[in-house]
Structures are given as structure tokens and as C-alpha cells.
Design a protein around this ligand. Structure first.
Ligand code: NAD
Length: 481
């Protein structure tokens, strides 16, 4: 029977299988109410040193475990997360702001991810095998992995690093965002009775902790998800010790809607993917290009759909799709984007209101009507519930515009002519491209970005490979005969 955790208290960082409290604590804010949540630890440099040395010690034995042994523990851990599903989802809504239905979905996805990771193994290849010699391609783990997690999907993106890191034989130290440390600490707590000490540790800290990790000589790899500017800092810091790093960064996804679509059928998915998690998803539809022949009809249908179905409110209210923006810094940033709408005189199809009463960071969805291609709302990732619609007429032109930015995370193409949509999709430079969908992800499918949206992939066997070194093993069999 998996253990139940108490989501209402502070216990400490998780170092070497034990709670370690810190002299200083801090808290984050519930973005729906502006009220402080409970205190969490502030890891010191000495705490990091401890965690790294325990991770190194644990690596010696963990890296020698078999796939079956790791898999059994991963499944046990997935059961423990499942036994606490409702509590983790509640805590997620409290710290992140997302609607409880979406928190439940994130926890369900995370459990499915863990169970799938438990079945995945990088195949060992025999490159050559004859009487004289056998040559293998093998994939030993990298060592100690630092997993740096953002605030928008702290459960899925945290466990999405832990699962592959551990299944490939590494030990892992998770660092949550200071905005959302609660669930990740509890996920570490759930791992304590399951994994050997030092294998899965969690350190919550302040802004200084990330740079300490990326520059630490005894951390062998950083798996980072976050913004592009931070990703560049992480890469520069990792370069000092030639640490491996996988960077999953920001995006500004295009959705290309062709003239032959059935608007009513694709609208629920496109509109929801523009505003889900208050637009705070790396792969939201952030630039929607609509064929000029259906532009007006599509715009009006999107406004109608959004008004009717995309309700803004606190995450525990019924039927809410757009919760609060996660933190005050992001709130100011999105508010600035809304202010820009008026200043630049962009046409507005749906005016999203910034709610200034109350303490929560609420902003209603906004739809901008055909702004210039070089406007800020088209070129920059807003990470809020605001989306521009633009007109297109030729395929070559729209593909060029979709590919024009320095980001390349995801893009979707929508058409009844699936073969032609696929032809268009194959011309897109992005880590994920969908035909007649947006934001599909799966634990067995690699996920990552082109250009400044990232380096390397997560998930899938390709993602697993990034947590390993490539080792060619030459075995000569007859030399002493
Ligand atoms: P962020 O870059 O501000 O922070 C991400 C993490 O990095 C946090 O844990 C933070 O504490 C840590 N950090 C900050 N400075 C650091 C430094 N110098 N060295 C090491 N670590 C440091 O990102 P965020 O605001 O938490 O997340 C939002 C961004 O993440 C958006 O741009 C979004 O598109 C992107 N994102 C990308 C993906 C993806 O998979 N590609 C997924 C989710 C979010």
C-alpha cells in the first residue's frame, strides 16, 4: 500500500533519503488569491554540496542496477504518485493557478509518463560480430543529473526528467522553480521510501541555486526547461565544465489554418490550445495564420467560442479554463502586452480585460485581429492568454512566416487535404509538427525545439539517449589463442 503524504506542511529538502531543514525558509503565493502558501526550504551551497556527494555515491550502485530493477521501482513510484493523485492536483492548483481539471490531467499524464518510461530501454546494438571480434554500441549513464524545472508544468516537466534520468542509470537532483516548489518537494518525499538514498533528491532554493548547479564540477549533466534567455545562461555556465546539457526552451508556435477546414470542428482544439493554462505553455498556438478565404468567418467563430467556452477564474471554480497568470512578474509582462495593443492601435476582435480588483493575477483572453507581421504580439512569446490572428494567401508565404522566427518548438497545419497538409508540415522547422492537432505529446515520442527553442530532445528513446554517453565496445576474442 503506497504511503499518503500531507500536502499542508513543510518538511525540508530531500537529501540522501532524509528531510533536511534549512535555517532560512521562504514561500510562494497562491496566484488566484495573492495569499502566501506555507514555508519551504532555502537550500544553501552546503546543502547542494551534500546532495551532490550523496548523488555521486549513490550513482556507483544505482548505475549497476538492471533495467528490471529500475523498472520495478519506477512502477512502484508511479503507484505512490497515483495514491496521492487528488492531493498533488490540489497542491498544483494552489501553487500554479491552473484549473483543477488541468491539474488532474497533468498528474494523470505524469503517472502515464512514469509507467511508460519504466518499459523503455535503449537497445544495445551489435555493430559487427564475427569469429574475431564483436563491436557493441552501448549507452552508460552520464552520472549526476541536475533537473531544472519551470513553473508552468512543475509535475509533468519535473517527472519527465526524473523518469528518463533514473531509467538510464543516473542519479538526479531536482530543482523546482522558486515560484512552484511545493509539488516537486512532495514528489521527492514520495520517492523516499522507494528509491535508495541519494538516487532522487530535491532541493528547493532561491535564484542562486540554479547557477550553483550549472557551474558545479561534480554535476555531469543539466536537463533544463525554461525561457530562452535563461537557457543561454545555462549553456554558457555548463560550457565552463563541459557539462552535457539538454535545453527545452520557449516557443512561438504557429497554427496554419487552410481554407478548406470545417471551422466548427477544429475551433474547440485551436481556441483551447491558444488559451490553455492561461497561454502559459511552451507549445500553445501563439500565432494563428488563417487562409484569407475564411478569415472573417474563422475570427468571428473564435470570438464566439472563446466568449462562450473559455471562462476565466480561480482554479477551483467550476468550468474555468483560464486560471490566473502564475506570478506577479509574468502578470506585469502580460499586462504590458495588453497595454501595447492600445498603444500600437492593433485591431481587437476580443478585448481581454485585466482584472484589477482582488488580489489574483487574472487576465481574460484577448484575440488580436490581423496585426502587422513585425508587431511584438506576433514576434514575441506572450506567455499569457492573448493571441493574434493573421491572414495568408499562398502556402509558400505562410510556411515562410511560420519559419521566420528564431524559435522552432511546434507548428500545426489544419486542412481536410491531409496529404497536402503533411507536405506543408514537412517544410516546417520545429521539434513537433502536427497535422489537424496541436500540442500532442507522449512519453515515447521525442519532444524538443529547433533553433533557439532548444538543444537536444526529451522523452522517447531519443530523449533517453541524451541522459547517456555513447560507448563503443570492441571485444577481440582470439588474440591469445
Ligand atoms: P525561467 O527560465 O525563468 O526558469 C526556469 C528554471 O530555471 C527555474 O527553475 C529557475 O529558477 C531556473 N533558473 C533561473 N535562472 C537560472 C540560471 N541562471 N541558471 C540556472 N537555472 C536558472 O523559465 P520560467 O519562467 O520558469 O518558464 C517559462 C518559460 O519556459 C517560457 O519561455 C516557456 O516557453 C518555457 N518552457 C519551455 C518548455 C519546453 O519544453 N520547451 C516547457 C515549458 C516551458
Amino acid at each position: 500500500m503506497a504511503s499518503k503524504i500531507d500536502i499542508t506542511t513543510y518538511n525540508g529538502n530531500i537529501i540522501n533519503g532524509a528531510f533536511v531543514s534549512t535555517p532560512t525558509t521562504r514561500h510562494s503565493i497562491d496566484p488566484a488569491t495573492g495569499e502566501p502558501l506555507y514555508e519551504v526550504p532555502v537550500a544553501s551551497k552546503a546543502d547542494l554540496e551534500d546532495a551532490v556527494s550523496h548523488a555521486r555515491a549513490a550513482f556507483k550502485t544505482w548505475s549497476l542496477t538492471t533495467h528490471e530493477e529500475r523498472s520495478a521501482l519506477m512502477l512502484k513510484y508511479a503507484d505512490a504518485v497515483e495514491a496521492n493523485h487528488a492531493d498533488i492536483a490540489k497542491l498544483l492548483t494552489m501553487e500554479q493557478g491552473k484549473p483543477i481539471s488541468l491539474s488532474n490531467k497533468e498528474v494523470t499524464m505524469s503517472i502515464h509518463w512514469l509507467r511508460t518510461f519504466a518499459t523503455m530501454q535503449i537497445p544495445e546494438e551489435v555493430l559487427e560480430d564475427d569469429e574475431e571480434r564483436t563491436i557493441y554500441s552501448t549507452h552508460p549513464p552520464v552520472g549526476v543529473v541536475g533537473a531544472i524545472v519551470p513553473w508552468n508544468w512543475p509535475v509533468l516537466l519535473g517527472l519527465g526528467k526524473v523518469g528518463p534520468a533514473l531509467m538510464t542509470g543516473n542519479t538526479v537532483i531536482v530543482k523546482p522553480s522558486p515560484f512552484t516548489p511545493y509539488c516537486d518537494l512532495k514528489l521527492g518525499e514520495l520517492a523516499m521510501p522507494i528509491f535508495p538514498p541519494g538516487v532522487f533528491q530535491v532541493l528547493s532554493g532561491e535564484d542562486s541555486l540554479g547557477p550553483w548547479m550549472t557551474s558545479h564540477p561534480d554535476i555531469d549533466m543539466i536537463s533544463f526547461t525554461g525561457s530562452i534567455p535563461t537557457g543561454k545562461r545555462v549553456a554558457a555556465s555548463c560550457a565552463q565544465t563541459l557539462k552535457r546539457c539538454v535545453l527545452e526552451l520557449g516557443g512561438n508556435d504557429a497554427a496554419i489554418v487552410c481554407g478548406d477546414v470545417d471551422i466548427a470542428k477544429c475551433m474547440p482544439k485551436i481556441a483551447t490550445m491558444a488559451f490553455l493554462n492561461s497561454g502559459q505553455i511552451c507549445m500553445c498556438a501563439k500565432r494563428i495564420y488563417v487562409h484569407e478565404s475564411i478569415y472573417d468567418e474563422f475570427r468571428d467563430a473564435m470570438v464566439e467560442f472563446t466568449k462562450k467556452n473559455i471562462k476565466t477564474g480561480g482554479g477551483f471554480e467550476d468550468g474555468v479554463v483560464v486560471g490566473p497568470v502564475q506570478n506577479s512578474m509574468q502578470f506585469e509582462l502580460v499586462k504590458g502586452m495588453y497595454a501595447e495593443v492600445e498603444k500600437c492601435g492593433w485591431k481587437v476582435a476580443l478585448e481581454g480585460k485585466v482584472r484589477s480588483s482582488g488580489k489574483g493575477y487574472f487576465i481574460e483572453p484577448a484575440i488580436i485581429d490581423n496585426p502587422p507581421e513585425d508587431s511584438q504580439i506576433v514576434r514575441e512569446e506572450p506567455f499569457g492568454p492573448i493571441v493574434p490572428l493573421m491572414k495568408w494567401s499562398s502556402e509558400e508565404d505562410v510556411i515562410g512566416r511560420a519559419n521566420a522566427l528564431r524559435t522552432g518548438l511546434g507548428t500545426s497545419v489544419w486542412s481536410k487535404d491531409v496529404a497536402n497538409a503533411e507536405k506543408m508540415a514537412r517544410q516546417i522547422s520545429a521539434g513537433s509538427v502536427w497535422v489537424n492537432s496541436h500540442f500532442d505529446v507522449a512519453p515515447n515520442v521525442p519532444f524538443g525545439g529547433h533553433k533557439e527553442s532548444g538543444i537536444g530532445m526529451e522523452w522517447g528513446i531519443e530523449g533517453f539517449r541524451h541522459f547517456t554517453n555513447s560507448r563503443s565496445l570492441w571485444v577481440w576474442k582470439k588474440i591469445f589463442e
